[in-house]
Design a binder for this molecule. Structure first.
Ligand SMILES: [Zn+2]
Ligand SMILES: [Zn+2]
Length: 187
């Protein structure tokens, strides 16, 4: 990986804190493979401790987004941050990922993806699949996609691991068309 590649990549995948090296690589591979967007793994960032909520003992996803959105990541169009911290938004106990409609930064947390409801750890292919699903879903929001009614579409809202595992690893034709148009229009 060299600087030229990094500056021409559309999507930067940002490892934050201690994440397994494979996680951002898999995310970048799925983004470039499925969405046809050049993606590269950026240099690692520290966990934004200012976003820690000492009452909930979790990280406020909105504050994490604010912190990363104020940073300069060079020429990449969008950044997908891969973290291993427990994220929440005020209305939910936790979230797997977070992104703002049309924003520049998406968050994907491995923290809850790497556990079965009974506390055991899933085999890594399942963890990788979940990570890829959340990454592509949040990236969809960055390119302006809303939640989709179709439960066979990756943009369908999933509130838990079981729902996430039922989702396919692709957008429905309408969402995919919208996504490709947004990419082409330079959103
Ligand atoms: Zn969503
Ligand atoms: Zn859809």
């Amino acid at each position: 990986m060299n600087n030229t590649l990094e500056t021409t990549a559309a999507i930067g995948v940002l490892p934050v804190g201690m994440v397994p090296e494979i996680a951002p690589k898999i995310t970048a591979t799925h983004i470039s493979g499925y969405l046809n967007l050049p993606a590269t793994v950026l240099g690692p960032a520290d966990i934004p401790e200012a976003a820690f909520d000492s009452l909930r003992l979790q990280y406020d996803a909105g504050r994490v987004l604010d912190i990363f959105e104020s940073r300069d990541f060079g020429d990449v169009r969008k950044v997908v941050a891969v973290l291993d911290i427990d994220l929440f938004v005020p209305i939910f106990t936790h979230v797997f990922g977070e992104a703002r409609q049309g924003g520049n930064v998406a968050l994907v947390s491995l923290y809850r993806l790497g556990k079965h409801p009974n506390g055991s750890t899933p085999a890594s292919p399942l963890l990788h699949e979940r990570t890829a699903k959340v990454s592509l879903h949040e990236l969809g929001h960055l390119f302006g996609l809303f939640h989709c009614e179709d439960d066979r579409c990756l943009m369908h809202f999933s509130g838990g691991l079981e729902a996430l595992d039922r989702l396919p690893l692709h957008f429905c034709r309408y969402c995919l068309r919208y996504f490709n148009e947004a990419v082409a229009n330079g959103k």
